[in-house]
Design a protein around this ligand. Structure first.
Ligand code: AMP
Length: 415
């Protein structure tokens, strides 16, 4: 079923959203992006004459009630955005009466799902090494099903619009779907957009396809690099990873960040790229600094010939040109991870060159997907969010999807 085809009139919809918004010490929302992200789905259901039961997690209360993570703090903000006075159920597992009393156009927000350990389904208070752990896990899985069944009993249909948690097999993100038949469960608009964006870079690829992977380490990106190797035409590996590759090839990298236990892996990636005919673009020159600080002294040098006491913190001018050349002609672009320590204003040039090339390619008809916290922060820092095709809202979920893993939240609905 899809959200556009479902007849919500007179029905109650239980919608999993990601309202895990940052709050300041007074409980005030400091960034409401996630709430805004769910509005199209929520408003559509209300406009069609449905009633809404909204559920979410907030923070990591680890299965215990904790006022600091109470969703009661966001009731006013959600009411204001929806234009409806939102009712609040202070116990998400005891909300049957409140849900039953809902009339079309009304909205009930459930308290933080993670106040119950059943939401995540991990046994609490028992160590993994404990011989009784396996039994505890089994018991928890059974009570997770009961918890999901209770949530499901509140509504006629289930909508999942929480992409940020789609890689988790939790009660509200996946298990609950078992209690609805295929005609009564669907992805929300945000999820549909995310799934479509991932599909555009993994299946529905227009060529040439350039992927840009940056950030600090090879080890955290290896799953993605390996999956992309079979799909891309150009693969730019940048950021801190550059120096692991430079050292692996015998280069001198001074104090640059490096994973010494991944030198063989770096050589292996280079060999694989060659064997598969992938144009692997690595930094040749860099901006090196004499300290890890914005006001450090800098010099441009080769990434494989960095003087002792200096460290590469950004891509150099030649490298920036090579990156741009591999990006501007592309028709599909994926960017995850900065090309330098972009948090320091003096080391943003490499990332900016990438962002500008992506913007140009996008203007010329490319599909560009930006995802993973830091590249999103980069694009926002440069004020260029409106010059790319899609910015993913999901950190871990997006990365797992790009690795080619099936997301439980999507599979629970689409099969
Ligand atoms: P990741 O979480 O692995 O995507 O890495 C993102 C982080 O990598 C950002 O905080 C960047 O500052 C950092 N980073 C990028 N390039 C470098 C570099 N050359 N040296 C140290 N850190 C870097």
């Amino acid at each position: 079923m899809t959200i556009d085809n479902y007849k919500f009139a007179g029905k109650k919809a239980i919608v999993r959203v990601d309202f895990n918004v940052p709050l300041d010490e007074n409980g005030k929302i400091t960034d409401d992006t996630r709430i805004r992200g769910a509005l199209p789905t929520l408003k559509k259901i209300l406009a069609d004459g449905g009633a809404l039961i909204i559920m979410s997690h907030m923070g990591k209360p680890k299965g215990k009630v904790n006022a600091k993570f109470s969703l009661s703090q966001i009731v006013d903000a959600v009411s204001e955005k929806l234009g409806v006075a939102v009712k609040f159920a202070p116990d998400c597992a005891k909300a049957a009466d409140a849900a039953a009393a809902l009339k079309p156009g009304e909205v009930l927000l459930l308290e933080n799902l993670r106040f119950y350990p059943e939401e995540e389904g991990k046994p609490v208070g028992i160590d993994k090494e404990d011989p009784a752990y396996e039994e505890a896990k089994k018991a928890m899985k059974a009570s997770q099903k009961e918890f999901a069944k209770t949530l499901a009993s509140y509504a006629d249909c289930y909508v999942n619009d929480a992409f940020g948690t789609a890689h988790r097999k939790h009660a509200s993100t996946a298990v609950i779907a078992d209690y609805f038949d295929a005609d009564n469960k669907m992805l929300g608009y945000l999820m549909e957009k995310e799934v479509q964006a991932v599909d555009n870079v993994l299946s529905n690829i227009k060529r040439p396809f350039t992927a840009i992977m940056g950030g600090s380490k090879v080890s955290t990106k290896i799953g993605i690099i390996e999956n992309l190797m079979d799909k891309v035409d150009n693969l730019i590996l940048c950021g801190g990873m550059t120096y692991t590759f430079a050292k692996a090839q015998g280069g001198k990298i001074g104090n640059s960040i490096c994973e010494d236990d991944k030198l063989d892996l770096a050589l292996d990636i280079m060999a694989k790229a060659k064997a598969k005919g992938v144009n692997l673009v690595l930094g040749t020159d860099c901006v090196a600094a004499d300290a890890f600080a914005n006001d450090a002294n800098t010099q441009v040098c080769m990434s494989n010939n960095i003087p002792e006491g200096w460290e590469g913190l950004d891509a150099g001018p030649e490298t920036q040109k090579a990156f741009a050349a591999a990006i501007t002609g592309a028709k599909t672009i994926l960017w995850n991870g900065p090309a330098g320590v972009f948090e320091f204003d003096n080391f943003t040039a490499g990332s900016r060159a990438i962002a500008e090339a992506i913007a140009e390619a996008t203007k010329n008809g490319a599909f560009s997907l930006i995802g993973g916290g830091d590249s999103v922060a980069c694009i926002n820092k440069f004020g260029m969010a409106d010059q790319v095709s899609y910015i993913s809202t999901g950190g871990g979920a997006l990365l797992e999807a790009i690795e080619g893993k099936v997301l439980p939240g999507v599979a629970a609905i689409k099969g």
